[in-house]
Each structure stands twice: as structure tokens, then as C-alpha cells.
Design a protein around this ligand. Structure first.
Ligand code: HEM
Length: 532
């Protein structure tokens, strides 16, 4: 102790990094997770910094995919984290009954309190999942169809207006995402429009009223001016609201949490001080404010409308208890986060691939015309489109190739360890199976994995491809909103493609993405015109 007390600042500045480096090297040689022999980037053997940097740069799935191409099935991503690129590993790592839990990666996603998505305790997750899962049954989700169709109709109204103006050669302002008329089409970035659509749908369902983004043609969501205001409204007082860019905030939050989550917990409070992370941390808090304001508004003005929030309010656990106000807010926020940009990024990717492949677009339009030809309503019903094979193949093929959720979702090996392909991994090891790479497994999908080709869904062995198709993950933590997502995508894509013809502004340009937790398109500029 006396020696430590006598050290000056310079000695500390040398001692602390030396101890850190020594600690990491020692950890490597002790190898508590028995993964030292697996290949991977040099720095990843000793430190989480390698994965932290890769995650922050926004191309994690691509980088991990290249490593698997170089090293094979097993790649070490961090001192305690092994990535396994084999479709059969999905069952072993994520399945019901193997006892694995979400790793501490998910702690970086917590705001208000843990919700269904970031709860790590198995019993707590089982309790929440039981309350929530029946809300997303196919039967229950059908009750939300009118809400979905309402906003798809609003998007069509807006695009009809822009198409008419575009055909006259007019151009719009930045407020509407910036659009211009040329060559009989309106040219616009379809990504923000899909964001407005997805946020309005989920705002309506999870918070009881839409954000109004489609009407306002901008990224603006109502939020309480202060936490105090929002809390006062719980007591029945009026809540003063302002507007914030929720889509942008959700983006920042995903980027922040996904790169913070791969760092060791002890370093996270320090990293939060770096300006980029500080911005993300603020985004987490602001986003929670949106939920607080929306749920407060709903609780002060009870309603008998059919929506997710109403169903969550009625949900009871096994002991017959309703959710507390705080838990309800956390779960409503979970639905907003999980059910908004997942859908909009996927819709944008589907539109890109259709515009990039005109023959696929025409084939899909023919299927839609044959099935819906005489119907005047521009918005399809789920009943009309739920069994159109080419439409489903187009959606599935885009979900495969784009992989909105592309990273290997990290799972913690439980007590007693886990054996994968005859290899034993002790408790505490983190395992993940990278969806982006599984979606490019040539043994399953064929040699042309990088081609967007819906026809493959009719050619390949159905059981094999379903085993390797992982857009919604597997097991107890798979997407609870899958039925809703599927209904949304079927209605959105069928309605939009039946009405409009799409071309890309620059067909040779790479479809750029930036990955936080999700693989998000950067933009997708398309020329749209109404079909004759
Ligand atoms: C195309 C759209 C969608 C995709 C690709 C997608 C994908 C996923 C994936 C891969 C997971 C697992 C995440 C993990 O383990 O870390 C997940 C979980 C989840 N999803 Fe989705 N999702 C979509 C739409 C939705 C929608 C519309 C909702 C609800 C409104 C939703 C609600 C959830 C929830 C609550 C979880 C956490 C489930 C749990 O841990 O028990 N998702 N989703």
C-alpha cells in the first residue's frame, strides 16, 4: 500500500496500461473459454477492442463474413466470443431447452427498465414472453390490419401527389425529403418514406396514435418537453409536448448500443464520455422520453381502440397481475424499437432489389395484376396477398440477401456448458451464428448467393433452405412480432408494386449500408411513376 501511495502521476500512467496489457495477455494464456486455438484477428485474441472498432465502423456483418471465408466455420471475435458459421449451429446455439441466455451485449440496450428484448434472465423473459406472445398470434395480428392498411393508403396518397407533380416536371423541397420531377417520374429517396410509414404504423399500434410523419412528410415525433412534465401527466395533468426526429434518434441509438454492447462492462462508463458515444447515450434517453409521453397520454385518456398498447395493458402474468406503469412503458418502447426500422429497412431493401431487377419487378406485377386486377382499392388486404408465391419469394429473397438483422446474436453458454459439433464450450463463453453469412452459405443457397433471384425459393430443397433462413432468429428469443412483420411486408410491397413502377437513379451504384444493430440502407434513390 505504501508503495502505491508513493507513486507519482507518470508512474500511474505507465502502471495502469501495463497492468491492463498484462491482464489481457494472462487471460489469453489461462483461456477460461477454451477458444484460444480458434483462428481470428490477432487483436481479437486479447481484447474486445477489435470487435468494438469493427462494430463502430458500421460493417460488422461483412467483416465477419470475410473472416469466415478466410478461416472457415469457427472464428474468434473476442477473447470470450466465438462465431460459428454453419446453419446447423442455429439449432444448437439458439434453440429452446439448451439454456443459453442473451449475453451482456444486451445491457447496452436498456432504458427505462429491461423489456422483452433486453431481459437476460430466463424466468423473467418467460414471464414477459407469455404476456406478449398471444398479442402477436396470427389471429390477434389480423385485428391490426386496418391500422396497417390506413397508413399504406396515406403513403400512396403522398406518392400519387408527388408522381403527378413529378410528371409535370415540378420539384419539391427538403421538407418532403427532397424530390424532383424528371423524365415523367418523381425521383426520391424511398428510405425516409418507409421510415415514416413504419413509425406511423407502430406509433399507432404501440402508443395509441400515429406520430403523424406521413402527413407531415417529415421525421418528427411528439415527446414530453421534460421527464417532469411526462410524470405529472401520469397524475392527470396536461402534458406539454415538443417534436423530435425519432427515426434519426432510433438510428443513433442502434449504432451506439451495438458498438457499446461489445465492450466489457467496466469500460462502458468511461467510453460514454467520448462525444460520439455521448450523442448515442442521449439518444437512448430521448427515445425513452417518446415512450413516456405516449404512454402517459394514453393512460390519461383511456381508449377502447384495438392496438398493441391496449392489449399490453390487459396482459396478465401467471399470477393474474397486470404490468406496472413503468413496465408497460418499457414494453411499448420495445415494440417501437423492435417493430419500426426493422420493417422500413426491409421494405427499402426489397424496393431496391426490385428496381435493380426489372424482370423480377414485372413478374411480380403480373402476379399481383392476376390476383387483384379488378379491385379499385389501391391497398391490398392480407387475405388477397397472403398466398401469392412469387410475392413471398421476392420478400424472402430480399430478407436473405439484405439480412436486416445480419450480425451473430450473442448467446451466453449456460451452467454445465454447451457442445457444438462435438466441441465443448464452458459456461460463460459467448457463441453466435452470423445470419449474414448463413444467408450466403453456398451449400444451401447455390453458387450465385450474391444474386437477387426469387426463383431459387422454388428450386432448392425447402427443408434445407428453411433451416438456413434466419431473418427472425430461432428459438425462445426469436422475433415475437414476426406475424405482424410478415403481414406488413405483404401489404406494403403488394400495394406499392401494383401501383408504381420503380427504376434506380444509378443502377451501377452499390447499395450502401451502415450497420448498428441492424443493417440499414444509407439511401435508395428511385424514379417512381404510376403504372398505366
Ligand atoms: C422485417 C421486420 C423484422 C425483422 C427482420 C425482425 C427481426 C428480429 C430478430 C432477428 C429478433 C431477435 C433479436 C435478438 O435476439 O437479439 C427479433 C426480436 C424481437 N422482435 Fe422482431 N423483427 C421484425 C419486426 C418486428 C415487429 C414488427 C415487432 C413488433 C411490433 C418485433 C418485435 C420483436 C421483439 C419484441 C423482439 C424480442 C423478442 C424476445 O427477445 O423475446 N419485430 N426480431
Amino acid at each position: 500500500m505504501a508503495i502505491l501511495a508513493s507513486l507519482d502521476l507518470t508512474s500511474w500512467l505507465v502502471l495502469i496500461p501495463s497492468l491492463l496489457i498484462f491482464g489481457h495477455i494472462l487471460y489469453y494464456f489461462i483461456d477460461p473459454h477454451r477458444i484460444r486455438s480458434y483462428p481470428g484477428p490477432f487483436l481479437a485474441r486479447f481484447s474486445d477492442v477489435w470487435l468494438g472498432r469493427v462494430a463502430a465502423h458500421g460493417h460488422r456483418s461483412e467483416v465477419v463474413h470475410e473472416l469466415h471465408q478466410k478461416y472457415g466455420t469457427f472464428v474468434r471475435l473476442a477473447p470470450n466470443h466465438l462465431s460459428i458459421a454453419d446453419p446447423d449451429a442455429l439449432q444448437l446455439v439458439y434453440a429452446h431447452g439448451n439454456g443459453s441466455t442473451k449475453s451482456n451485449f444486451y445491457d447496452a440496450f436498456v432504458s427505462i427498465q429491461r423489456g422483452l428484448f433486453n431481459t437476460r434472465s430466463r424466468p423473467e423473459h418467460a414471464r414477459k414472453r407469455k404476456i406478449v406472445s398471444h398479442i402477436f398470434s396470427q389471429k390477434s395480428v389480423l385485428e391490426f390490419e386496418p391500422n396497417v392498411r390506413l397508413y399504406v393508403g396515406q403513403l400512396i396518397q403522398q406518392w400519387d401527389r408527388l408522381c403527378d407533380a413529378g410528371a409535370k416536371g415540378l420539384s419539391g423541397d427538403e421538407g418532403e425529403g427532397g424530390w424532383k420531377g424528371q423524365n415523367g417520374r418523381v425521383w426520391l429517396d424511398c428510405l425516409p418514406w418507409y421510415n415514416y410509414l413504419a413509425f406511423d404504423i407502430i406509433g399507432d399500434l404501440a402508443f395509441g396514435s400515429p406520430f403523424g410523419m406521413l402527413q407531415a412528410c417529415q421525421d418528427a415525433a411528439p415527446v414530453a418537453v421534460s421527464q417532469k412534465q411526462a410524470m405529472a401527466s401520469y397524475g392527470g395533468q396536461e402534458c406539454e409536448v415538443t417534436h423530435i426526429p425519432a427515426v434519426q434518434i432510433l438510428n443513433d441509438r442502434g449504432n451506439y448500443s451495438a458498438s457499446m454492447g461489445v465492450l466489457p462492462p467496466w469500460i462502458r462508463p468511461l467510453v460514454k464520455q467520448i462525444p460520439w458515444y455521448k450523442k448515442g447515450n442521449k439518444a437512448v434517453k430521448t427515445l425513452a422520453g417518446i415512450a413516456v409521453a405516449a404512454v402517459a397520454r394514453r393512460l390519461t385518456t383511456p381508449s377502447d381502440r384495438t392496438d398493441l398498447l391496449g392489449k399490453l395493458q390487459e396482459g396478465r402474468d401467471d399470477d393474474g397481475n397486470l404490468m406496472s406503469r413503468e413496465e408497460l412503458t418499457a414494453e411499448a418502447l420495445t415494440q417501437l424499437i423492435a417493430g419500426s426500422d426493422t420493417t422500413s429497412n426491409s421494405s427499402c431493401a426489397i424496393t431496391y432489389h426490385l428496381a435493380h431487377n426489372p424482370h423480377v419487378q414485372r413478374k411480380l406485377q403480373k402476379e399481383l395484376d392476376d390476383a387483384l386486377g379488378t379491385d379499385d382499392d389501391p391497398v391490398s388486404t392480407f387475405e388477397q396477398v397472403k398466398r401469392l408465391p412469387y410475392l413471398q419469394a421476392v420478400i424472402d429473397e430480399a430478407l436473405r440477401i439484405h439480412s436486416t438483422s445480419g450480425i451473430g446474436l450473442p448467446r451466453l453458454v449456460p451452467e454445465g456448458g454447451l457442445t457444438v459439433f462435438g466441441r465443448y464450450f464452458p459456461e460463460g463463453t459467448v457463441l453466435s451464428v452470423p445470419t449474414f453469412t448463413i444467408h450466403r452459405d453456398q451449400a444451401v443457397w447455390g453458387e450465385d448467393v450474391e444474386a437477387f433471384r426469387p426463383e431459387r425459393w422454388f428450386e432448392q430443397d425447402k427443408v434445407e433452405i428453411q433451416k438456413a433462413f434466419n431473418p427472425f432468429s430461432f428459438g425462445p428469443r426469436s422475433c415475437v412480432g414476426r406475424n405482424l412483420a410478415n403481414m406488413e411486408l405483404l401489404i406494403i410491397i403488394s400495394s406499392i408494386l401494383r401501383r408504381y413502377d420503380f427504376v434506380l437513379q444509378d443502377p451501377d451504384k452499390h447499395f450502401d449500408t451502415l450497420e448498428g444493430f441492424l443493417r440499414k440502407p444509407v439511401e435508395c434513390i428511385v424514379g417512381i411513376k404510376k403504372r398505366a
